[in-house]
Design a protein around this ligand. Structure first.
Ligand code: SF4
Ligand code: SF4
Ligand code: SF4
Length: 390
């Protein structure tokens, strides 16, 4: 999806980057207020879409990853990736996507060397601005001196693979924003569970939870295993509008998730909530009652999938008969296993739900607080703390 030329991004791209940095430094980059009319970019300051130098979107899927989030993004409809790339959204800056899944540059005609050159340009400071998207968890290369866990492209000088941690060290300081796409990249996910040998972690565990880009933007985490397609496309669009001065600082919660996407629980949006309130629980799959006794974690999980659906508004885990296994949560999967068991507390709370609504709500808040945290072993260092036994 790249433009055919490899000219460095200049002109409007630099202007857009500066606008975002200005927004952060002058206090216009607020997380809790709407942008004021006088702060908006005036139309005559923004060139026509086709005349703009693009904002580059550099996607690295070389974490410990199944590429499920790349695949998911192809199903986005609100907006679709095609709408983002082809400039179909009013006011959206031009974007040039370097995405291994479908990039023409990684195909047979131009080849992988052409594709990886965009990342080297970013490293040399020749792409400005760019947004860095990471897919997959960050393996701990400090515990692998005899080799490496994951690589993305080859280092010309040595002929050796360039690890994800090396790319993060090189590119994150130059990026306008860093987006962690999917639960692996945000919090470590499945690869970072207890007993794993890689010491895998999320991007915030590697860069630091307080890390901010040069433009003052924290790491943006969009969890999900896989990610809900529109949650990612919408977040990218928000950042592009922010980069062009048309939106205030992206509002994130304490786990660095976009607040408007992850502010409610699965239970809040579930079609079966009426059955829950009536104490009407399914004992087997294929019925329409509440699934809590089959293992649904919906009451303590922050996710908008039941409201938003999976593709084009359709589907949505418990709405269509599947228990919520908490795949968006920082503690996933360890804190929610074994998946098919009745979640702790559900027996008491569901039995009492018809009478003690407020009590239940408070109990849920306590559970939500403890379930919304990562296990302690997901962090940098030369020690493997996962409990792995060869
Ligand atoms: Fe795959 Fe899930 Fe990890 Fe995404 S979060 S890379 S879908 S395992
Ligand atoms: Fe809540 Fe899950 Fe029951 Fe839906 S199925 S009402 S999310 S407990
Ligand atoms: Fe994951 Fe639960 Fe959301 Fe489904 S409803 S996507 S299992 S967090």
């Amino acid at each position: 999806m790249s433009t055919p030329t490899l000219d460095p991004a200049r002109g409007n791209g630099e202007q857009l980057g500066k606008l975002s940095a200005e927004a952060a430094s002058t206090g216009t980059a607020r997380s809790d207020e709407r942008i004021q009319p006088e702060e908006r970019v005036q139309p005559d300051r923004v060139p026509a879409w086709e005349d703009q130098a693009p904002i580059h979107l550099l996607w690295i899927n070389a974490g410990l990853s199944c590429d499920g989030d790349s695949v998911a993004l192809t199903a986005a409809t609100q907006p679709s990736i095609e709408e983002i790339v082809l400039g179909a959204l009013p006011g959206l800056p031009r974007v040039d996507v370097h995405w291994p899944l479908i990039d023409f540059d990684s195909g047979p005609e131009q080849g992988a060397d052409t594709f990886i050159e965009w990342y080297r340009k970013a490293e040399r400071g020749e792409l400005d601005p760019f947004v860095l998207v990471i897919e997959g968890s960050v393996a701990n290369e400090e515990i692998k001196p005899e080799g490496y866990w994951t690589g993305f492209g080859i280092e010309p000088a040595t002929g050796q693979p360039v690890t994800l941690t090396t790319w993060l060290d090189r590119l994150a300081p130059k990026a306008l924003a860093v987006v962690a796409a999917g639960t692996c990249a945000t919090y470590g996910g499945i690869h970072a569970m207890a007993g794993n040998p890689t010491g895998a972690m999320g991007v915030p565990d590697y860069l630091g939870w307080d890390w901010k880009s040069a433009a003052g933007i924290p790491i943006v985490c969009v969890p999900g295993c896989p990610i809900q397609p529109d949650n990612l496309s919408e977040t990218l669009v928000y950042l592009l509008y922010q980069a062009s001065g048309q939106a205030p600082m992206i509002p994130l919660d304490d786990q660095l998730r976009p607040r408007w996407l992850f502010g409610s629980t699965v239970h809040d949006g579930c079609d079966r909530a009426g059955y829950y309130e009536e104490g009407n629980f399914a004992r087997t799959y294929g019925t329409e009652e509440c699934l809590v006794k089959l293992g649904c974690w919906g009451p303590v999980v922050k996710c908008n999938v039941p409201k938003r659906g999976w593709m084009n508004g359709l589907g949505g885990c418990p709405n269509v008969g599947g228990i919520c296994i908490a795949c968006t949560m920082p503690g996933f999967p360890d804190r929610f296993m074994p998946f098919m068991d009745e979640p702790p507390g559900s027996r008491v709370s569901s039995a009492a739900s018809q009478i003690y609504g407020r009590v239940i709500t408070n109990l849920r808040r306590i559970t939500l607080h403890t379930a919304d945290k990562e296990p302690k072993w997901r962090r940098r260092g030369d020690e493997l703390l996962t409990g792995y036994r060869p």
